[in-house]
Design a protein around this ligand. Structure first.
Ligand SMILES: Cc1cc2nc3c(=O)[nH]c(=O)nc-3n(C[C@H](O)[C@H](O)[C@H](O)COP(=O)(O)OP(=O)(O)OC[C@H]3O[C@@H](n4cnc5c(N)ncnc54)[C@H](O)[C@@H]3O)c2cc1C
Length: 312
């Protein structure tokens, strides 16, 4: 394993560490670094950012940070929070969608609890607004897909994230295509063993492209699949745009999604070129594991963090 791989493993280990989680967020230099990836901890910060992004031609998806809730009341409170988000978004005339983590909606407490919370959010969203479901670590993939299928049978406006680093994803995607699913394709952000996920980045990237081809296939088009390509990888973004155009697809046959604060210039370029370009805006106080995953994606961010230790 190279130095980068070791750094990634270390950061992903840290993301799960309770001791660090309780202490690290207190440091000012850490908070300053987090500000690069989040407009703020409050919903009002995210709403302000969404307005600014919309003025620049960018769409938005909101996610409130948090995961693995083990108390039914808390999970219900998260779902109520998203109802408020949808109301505030509507009130401001924004087109913002939401993305939820099922472990935040009580997946660890059982599928029924989780589904009740999810259902409420989907029913509250406008019919033309997709409620996205994040994909978490591999031990949750089966349960997440099962709940997604249940939701998709009942509602048209629900989407699911699939991770290109997992070997199983090509089969999962093939089984979701006939449902006319909305699918957000990502590389995958968790620490997974080599028997489940491609260990080499090059293979993940190639699989991402192969899965995009599957997402843009005639069969997927005919079934009404909605494709969201969620990556900052400019080479893949270009290859997939070329693939879509070579197939004669229009620019609204897919959307690109990226994270707030990452590759802003590319987000704007895509919008200017006529693609739907969406920014995922995260907010909330529980940002430590999420932030560690962002550092793991790009170890250079650790230097950015270190620099903030010494400035101002
Ligand atoms: C909208 C959206 C939703 C997501 N939802 C999920 C999900 O539900 N489940 C899940 O497992 N993962 C999710 N992810 C994260 C994803 O799995 C990757 O970890 C993340 O997008 C980084 O991979 P990449 O595709 O950008 O490619 P990479 O090859 O990692 O990055 C390509 C280039 O993008 C830039 N870049 C990438 N990440 C960063 C960063 N953190 N900081 C600065 N520059 C960076 C760098 O220039 C890098 O060279 C999501 C990502 C996005 C954009």
């Amino acid at each position: 394993m190279g130095d980068m791989g070791m750094m990634r493993d270390l950061l992903l280990w840290a993301s799960q560490n309770q001791w660090l989680r309780n202490r690290v967020p207190r440091y000012r230099f850490v908070r300053r670094t987090v500000a690069r990836f989040m407009p703020g901890e409050e919903l009002s910060d995210a709403l302000r950012a969404a307005r600014e992004l919309e003025n620049l031609g960018l769409a938005t998806v909101f996610t409130r940070l948090g995961e693995n809730i083990t108390d039914a009341g808390e999970a219900e409170a998260v779902s109520k929070h998203y109802l408020e988000v949808l109301d505030r978004v509507r009130g401001m005339g924004l087109g913002t969608e939401v993305s939820v983590k099922l472990t935040q909606l009580g997946l660890d407490l059982g599928p029924q609890v989780c589904y009740a919370n999810l259902k409420r959010i989907i029913e509250h969203a406008s019919a033309d607004s997709t409620v996205w479901i994040d994909m978490e670590a591999s031990n949750y993939v089966d349960a997440t897909l099962q709940l997604y299928r249940q939701a998709r049978q009942a509602y048209p406006n629900v989407g699911i994230c699939l991770q290109a680093y997992l070997y199983r994803t090509a089969d999962d995607l093939a089984s979701l295509i006939p449902l006319g699913a909305a699918i957000r394709l990502v590389k995958g952000a968790y620490k997974e063993p080599a028997n489940l996920a491609f260990p080499r980045k090059r293979d993940v990237d190639e699989n991402f492209f192969a899965l995009s081809r599957q997402l843009l296939s005639d069969e997927a088009r005919a079934a009404g699949v909605k494709a969201a390509i969620a990556t900052h990888d400019r080479k893949l973004i270009r290859r997939i745009a070329e693939l879509a155009l070579a197939k004669g697809l229009s620019k609204d046959s897919l959307e690109y999604q990226m994270l707030y604060g990452i590759q802003r210039a590319e987000q704007l370029r895509l919008a200017k070129d006529g693609w739907r370009s969406t920014v995922l805006v995260a907010y909330g106080s529980y940002w430590f594991p999420w932030f560690m995953r962002r550092l793991a994606e790009r170890p250079a961010n650790v230097w950015f963090l270190a620099r903030n230790l010494f400035v101002g």
